[in-house]
Design a protein around this ligand. Structure first.
Ligand code: ADP
Ligand code: VHF
Length: 377
């Protein structure tokens, strides 16, 4: 077992590497950097740390072959670039990890693989088996088949969901900047680094901007969202600069200049709640009034039809939906007991009227979302 700063044990580590670190400005693989990452991760593995790598770079490496200077806008071009780049990427990982006698394996996932409970468990079994055999799994989104409905969208979210999937204790997100600043330093020269975030709240979330790069996707915003997902599972997240030598080792030794985001003080969510809140994609939104928001966020109650002001999206019984307040700030996700069509008819109504309004189609639920099926975000 490896020990980190303040002697926090690290047993299972997920490292995410962004496209900007994988690709040189000329569009080629940054071989020196990738060799360095391979060396550090192979060494950690030898010391007994279980390592999982989430690597971006497929589209970025495939872009030059298709004469694309920036992230292609059409899905077809992104998929084609990923098909070219992913094989190049994994071939090089295999070769460079091989220099340190470390076996790797490729895993490509779509969001649908984690949404479906059976596929979720399958992916988990495969990863556990690889880890148990000392292999480092290298995960990327399966971009060649990913379309909007089944997409993670960015590998920061994917890395956090992988942490949940395999019960990691530490997530390191490597990017081209030291961590979270008070503003994007590329736009604000007075921005300063925030070394520790003990409570990841909306004030912190608001500091993180999007990417300004040709290959980046989510920017700092998606890294903070990833830390939030990981934090709900009791995981510590570090955002650090992958351009610096031996950065992974330095982060674990507590010597790196980076941002350390602590897990949520509310404690670890159950596996089922993590799946409801973070693995499922919301199919619609329920806008609720202030009273209902208070009932859900402070009083720990279920959502009743009387507190709903507006319904959007098209969903069925059992689907996931967002809950937002009147200013459309999202604060929860949960599984609904009524379809969007049924809800349109009963919003604002007292529960005793549900049967009268819906007649025979009514189900025996007073709650639109039961507390047990609701996760505060
Ligand atoms: N508050 C902030 N602190 C630091 N970086 C920020 C902030 N807001 C936006 N960014 C931008 O996020 C970028 C990193 O995200 P991104 O380009 O998506 O990298 P990657 O490809 O590694 O995922 C930084 O280079 C920076 O320009
Ligand atoms: N799956 C994509 C990466 C998407 C992504 O999130 O990129 P980045 O913001 O550079 O981590 C690829 O391999 O090109």
């Amino acid at each position: 077992m490896n020990m980190t700063e303040s002697q926090r044990p690290v047993q299972r580590l997920v490292v995410k590497i962004g496209s900007g670190l994988i690709r040189t400005s000329q569009g080629r693989l940054n071989e020196d950097a990738v060799r360095q990452y391979a060396k550090q991760l192979a060494t950690l593995r030898k010391y007994g740390v279980e390592v999982i790598l989430v690597s971006s770079g497929a589209i970025a490496l495939g872009m030059p072959v298709l004469q694309q200077q920036r992230m292609p806008r059409t899905t077809a071009l992104q998929q084609a670039a990923a098909a070219i780049g992913q094989s190049h990427l994994i071939w090089n990982y295999e070769r460079l990890f091989g220099m340190f006698n470390q076996q790797v394996a490729q895993i490509l996932l779509t969001h649908a693989d984690l949404r479906n409970r059976g596929r979720y468990l399958n992916a988990r079994n495969t990863l556990q088996t690889l880890i148990a055999h000392g292999v480092i799994p290298i995960i990327n989104e399966n971009d060649t088949v990913s379309v909007e409905e089944i997409r993670f969208g960015d590998n920061d979210s994917l890395s956090a969901m992988v942490c949940n999937l395999i019960d990691a204790d530490t997530l390191i997100i490597l990017t081209d900047i030291d961590g979270l600043y008070t503003a994007d330093p590329r736009l604000d020269p007075n921005a300063t680094l925030i070394p520790v975030v003990e409570h990841l709240d909306r004030r912190i979330e608001a500091l993180a901007g999007r990417s300004t790069h040709a290959t980046g996707r989510g920017g700092m915003y998606s890294k903070i969202q990833a830390a939030k997902i990981a934090g709900a599972s009791g995981i510590h997240t570090y955002i650090a600069n992958g351009l610096k030598p031996n950065i992974i080792t330095h982060v674990l030794d507590g010597e790196a200049q980076c941002t350390h985001i602590h897990p949520s003080a509310a404690g670890k969510l159950s596996s089922r709640k993590r799946w409801i809140g973070y693995a499922l994609k919301a199919k619609g939104t329920l806008v609720v009034d202030d009273g209902a928001k208070r009932a859900l966020t402070i009083q720990g109650k279920s959502l009743l039809p009387s507190g709903i002001i507006k319904v959007s999206g098209s969903f069925r019984f059992g689907d996931a939906v967002y809950c937002t307040d009147a200013s459309e700030t999202c604060f929860a996700q949960g599984l609904v007991n009524y379809s969007s069509q049924e809800l349109m008819a009963i919003i604002g109504q007292h529960t005793s009227h549900i049967k009268t309004i819906l007649g025979n189609t009514a189900k025996a639920y007073d709650e639109v979302i039961h507390r047990d099926n609701l996760v505060l975000l």
